[in-house]
Design a binder for this molecule. Structure first.
Ligand code: MN
Length: 225
């Protein structure tokens, strides 16, 4: 037993659909632009660049059903509805055809973004961390073990539809994302990967209830306090 100068924080975990055991979270990776219409709305050109990645800390996780405070340092908090891959088997330099075997399950997610800080970071060629990796910025629903969902993804705010897309509209498939990411870092069990958001991102204000749904998965709902 190693003596610690203060108690270590417990591992962040997420519920699993239909099981009592929870999923231990290691790291959170996110894909930047992965739906053509969203790439265009953010001023980029889809299909011209390989996938790029940013990260959030594991302790940014917010479970579905939570109420979170409106975050500091922003006046333009945005929702980004996304499919989340939950990695159960590690690997590096993974071939695309071998990538599905690394996936343990899937969840709905909301990549909360301080859009004003992101715009400032882009304009000044600075990192995105403070726009993306802030406290309580990763809303994630329960993880469903097994096969990739193949339907649609939706985001509503107070019941009004904001985002809707087919998962098959992704530019980079989950397998292609894992293959690309595993050439940059060694993936480990417990890693989560947000796979990008479709068009329709927009602001959240105090009192809003933001619900992300994916066919076949439990929703990821958050209330902005
Ligand atoms: Mn995103």
């Amino acid at each position: 037993m190693v003596a610690l100068v203060f108690p270590a924080l417990p591992t962040v975990t997420l519920p699993v659909t239909g099981r009592a055991e929870r999923f231990p979270v290691r790291r959170i990776f996110c894909v930047g632009r992965n739906y053509a219409e969203h790439a265009r709305e953010m001023g980029g050109e889809p299909e011209k660049e390989p996938p790029f990645f940013f990260t959030k800390p594991a302790d940014a996780v917010v479970e579905s059903g939570s109420r979170i405070p409106y975050p500091p340092a922003t006046t333009n908090l945005h929702h980004e509805a996304e499919l989340v891959l939950a990695i159960g088997k590690g690997g590096a330099m993974v071939a695309e055809e071998d990538a599905p075997a690394l996936i343990w399950g899937h969840a709905t997610g909301n990549d909360l973004t301080r859009r004003d800080l992101q715009a400032e970071a882009k304009a000044n060629r600075r990192p995105w961390d403070m726009a993306k990796a802030f406290d309580k910025s990763a809303v994630i629903g329960p993880i469903r073990p097994g096969a990739l969902p193949d339907g649609s993804l939706r985001c509503t705010v107070n019941g009004a539809l904001r985002q809707e897309a087919r998962l098959s509209d992704m530019i980079w498939s989950p397998a292609a994302i894992i293959a690309a990411l595993s050439r940059l870092v060694s993936l480990s069990p417990g890693d989560l990967i947000f796979t990008g958001t479709p068009a329709g991102v927009g602001p959240l204000t105090r009192g809003d209830i933001c619900k992300v749904e994916i066919d076949g998965l439990q929703s990821a709902t958050v209330t902005i306090g």
